[in-house]
Design a protein around this ligand. Structure first.
Ligand code: ADP
Length: 436
């Protein structure tokens, strides 16, 4: 027991003993004891009253007003009160600072609860989304922003977020990223990307227009060069330069074709559509055609572990598979092999192109889907590459909700894997077809 309590109990015992002595001396000890106890109760009540006044926000009790155990208790309560007052002040200050800083932020922030109802938002969110603090707190955000892409993203947030037209800023664009935190809470960060989107569109239009404008003169040049190359009367000294010019003109045509394809993929709707595509037939034909291009190329194998068909855009899917197969063949020596596998996967189905070619250094893998990025530009050009194949693959795959995975060991070979989700697949219930 703390010392102050021992003292208090000792005081009470001393008073009671004194009352008992007085009772024995003057008679009526019960009265004396009752009187002492009443005095003690009055003393205690007075201090409870002081404590109550203090807790009710009254003034602090001065040291002269009380002594002993009660003085200590009151002093401690007073200290706690002061501490809590300071903490409250600090809390208010921090809150004010947070409010001021989030108010000054140029990016919008909207806090959502587990039901996607708006709990809080800053002034920038008001500006970009047109939210009103008087009416919109507590409302579901997808009732206020109804863009289908946003609704889809809200249901499955993740990745780098989405860009959608701003519901408030005229012809403005916003980028939204939802970050989950705490228990079932999330914050939506909103950025005004109108300027970036306009620049991006200008860049895309420029590339599209330039490619388009260059195509016609190039077609004329290629046509004349074709005729000249076929001309038996062409002087011998002209044959090499004309053939080389024709080769380069064809290369330029291919680059323009890929650039236009890429621009088309970038500017088209985010979704590729849901046409029925018979993957097995497409791959069989493709592998057969590749097999007839030249005799000096790696062995090609095709294996089906599923007969699933895909829902998507036939031309784009053809372009994905063709580019991957084309790369595998170009970057694998004739003594090696290329295997194409269409198989079920935990989340749907996967198309794998596995080669035993030159491989890709690990640090280069994240960059090879960039436009015109090549590990070895000389080799890429020499084998007819444009540097745009994998950029096309990546974009076309994204439009099919697919993911591209690349694994490679330098000098040993590479595996390019396209993952397709179940809702893009049509299983025909047949057994896996035999290898072709
Ligand atoms: P390119 O026309 O140069 O093939 P891509 O975009 O298709 O352009 O590929 C980019 C680069 O990635 C290639 O230049 C090459 O360095 C590397 N690459 C792609 N596929 C393979 C592969 N199967 N094996 C080794 N390297 C590859």
């Amino acid at each position: 027991m703390p010392r102050r309590w021992v003292k208090q109990v000792a005081y009470l015992a001393a008073w009671l003993a004194a009352a008992a002595l007085l009772g024995m001396f003057f008679g009526a000890p019960a009265w004396w004891l009752t009187a002492v106890l009443l005095l003690y109760v009055a003393h205690t009540l007075r201090h409870i009253y002081l404590l109550d006044r203090m807790l009710a926000g009254g003034k602090r009790v001065g040291p002269f007003a009380t002594r002993g155990l009660w003085a200590e208790i009151l002093a401690r309560v007073d200290k706690l009160r002061k501490k809590s007052r300071n903490r409250k002040k600090k809390f208010h200050r921090v809150l004010r600072e947070i409010r001021e800083s989030t108010g000054a932020l140029r990016d919008g922030g909207v806090i959502l609860n587990a039901a996607n109802e708006i709990v809080w938002f800053n002034p920038a969110a008001t500006r970009m989304l047109g939210l009103d603090p008087r009416t919109d707190l507590g409302r579901r955000i997808d009732n206020l922003i109804r863009h289908p892409q946003f609704v889809g993203y809200l249901a499955e947030p993740g990745g780098e977020g989405i860009s959608i037209p701003s519901p408030k800023i005229e012809s403005g664009w916003i980028a939204v990223q939802i970050i989950p935190y705490g228990r079932d809470q999330s914050i939506a960060i909103i950025r005004d990307v109108t300027r970036e989107t306009r620049l991006e569109r200008t860049r895309r239009d420029f590339v599209a227009n330039a490619s388009h404008e260059l195509r016609s003169p190039l077609t004329v040049l290629s046509g004349y060069l074709d005729t000249l190359a076929d001309d038996d009367d062409l002087p011998e000294s002209w044959q090499v330069p004309i053939t080389e010019m024709l080769r380069q003109a064809n290369r330029m045509t291919q680059i323009l074709r890929d650039l236009m394809e890429l621009t088309r993929l970038e500017s088209a709707e985010a979704d590729a559509g849901h046409g029925f595509v018979d993957v097995c037939s497409m791959l069989k034909l493709m592998v057969r055609d590749f097999g007839t291009v030249t005799a000096v190329q790696p062995a090609l194998n095709l294996r089906f572990e599923t007969d699933a068909a895909l829902l998507g855009n036939e031309t784009e899917l053809h372009s994905i598979f063709f580019n991957l197969l084309n790369n595998a063949v170009r970057f694998t020596p004739a003594s090696g092999s290329v295997e194409v596998v269409w198989r079920p996967d935990a989340h749907g189905a996967a198309l794998e192109v596995i080669d035993t070619g030159i491989g890709i250094p690990e640090e280069e893998i994240p960059r090879i889907t960039e436009r015109f990025y090549r590990v070895d530009p000389g080799r890429s050009r020499a084998t007819g590459g444009t540097g745009l194949g994998l950029a096309i693959v990546k974009h076309a795959l994204q439009r099919h909700d697919g993911v591209l995975q690349i694994s490679s060991v330098e000098g040993k070979g590479s595996t390019f894997r396209c993952l397709f989700a179940t809702d893009r697949l049509v299983f025909r219930g047949g057994r896996a077809e035999a290898a072709v």
